[in-house]
Write a protein that binds this ligand. Structure first.
Ligand code: FMN
Length: 259
């Protein structure tokens, strides 16, 4: 039997992974549950998913890999899910080993792959890479992909994880620079950043950021209503500028459907 409902499970600090999964779900056309694992309180919950559920699993690409925080998310998914749809979303630089890694993680959980996909979004650190993506074209493609996945599932097809791009062993994760986003004078101490920080790294008393907890996901930078957060560390600003200069040309999504 093919799935009759879908569960979208995602970690999405700046919201683009969530947007891509939402468009795929529209194409699937199934009743859909959102399990947004972006905030710490949500990651602390267990989820029971049954065999009728297609698990659509989405992560942003971090350092060409699946973010390490997946270790807090995947063990919380229980039940006898049979089919998963791994999706990675990257900032127009490269996705490297991330999709292969996410496919392998699904396989380790015992899920068969319904299909897999790579989408592009605006980079967490820059508006010059993947600017304003996913855009209408990306969303239309994601919807179309969702519809194709359903046709393929109804035909009983699954995807071989070994054909996904990426190297095993995977590239080294990180390193994350030992810095945190800085705050400028536009800050009105509204404390919204405290609430939407995915790792609970920002103190409510003075909005200082714990460098050990901060994963530099840029949620505070992109979501601050006053645009008060920024990366001030000059060597990193320089790296971002160079990365943007080398990756301005828009890249295209990649869809992997069973033969
Ligand atoms: C720590 C970190 C590492 C990243 N590494 C990559 C990368 O290797 N390649 C790339 O193209 N984009 C990279 N990005 C950009 C994100 O993959 C991209 O902006 C994604 O859309 C963010 O997803 P979200 O909106 O769901 O948080 C990175 C972003 C962060 C915060």
């Amino acid at each position: 039997m093919y799935p009759t409902k879908s569960a979208l499970v995602y970690f999405s600090p700046t919201g683009t992974t969530k947007a891509v999964l939402g468009a795929i779900a529209e194409g699937l056309g199934l009743p859909t549950t959102h399990i947004d694992a972006t905030l710490p309180a949500h990651r602390a919950q267990d989820h029971e998913l049954d065999a009728d559920t297609l698990l659509v699993l989405g992560f942003p690409v971090y350092y060409g890999r699946v973010p390490l925080i997946q270790e807090e998310i995947l063990p919380r998914l229980h039940g006898d899910v049979r089919y998963a749809l791994p999706v990675v979303v990257y900032g127009n630089r490269a996705y490297e080993d991330s999709l292969r890694e996410l496919g392998d993680l699904c396989r380790q959980k015992g899920y068969a792959l319904a299909a897999a996909a790579v989408f592009i979004a605006e980079h967490s650190y820059s508006t010059e890479m993947g600017t304003k993506r996913p855009d209408d074209v990306d969303r239309a493609l994601a919807r179309h992909f969702g519809a194709e996945v359903m046709i393929s599932l109804k035909a009983g097809k699954t995807l071989d994880c070994d054909m996904l791009p990426g190297n095993v062993p995977y590239r080294t994760y990180g390193p994350k620079p030992p810095i945190v986003p800085e705050t400028n004078e536009a800050c009105i101490a509204c404390n919204e950043c405290v609430g939407f920080c995915p790792t609970g790294a920002i103190a409510s008393e003075d909005r200082s950021t714990d460098v050990q907890r901060c994963i530099l996901c840029a949620a505070c930078i992109k979501k601050c209503p006053c645009e008060a957060k920024f990366i001030g560390f000059a060597p990193m600003q320089e790296r971002i500028r160079a990365m943007a200069a080398a990756n301005r040309e828009p890249k295209q999504p990649r869809l992997f459907l069973p033969e």
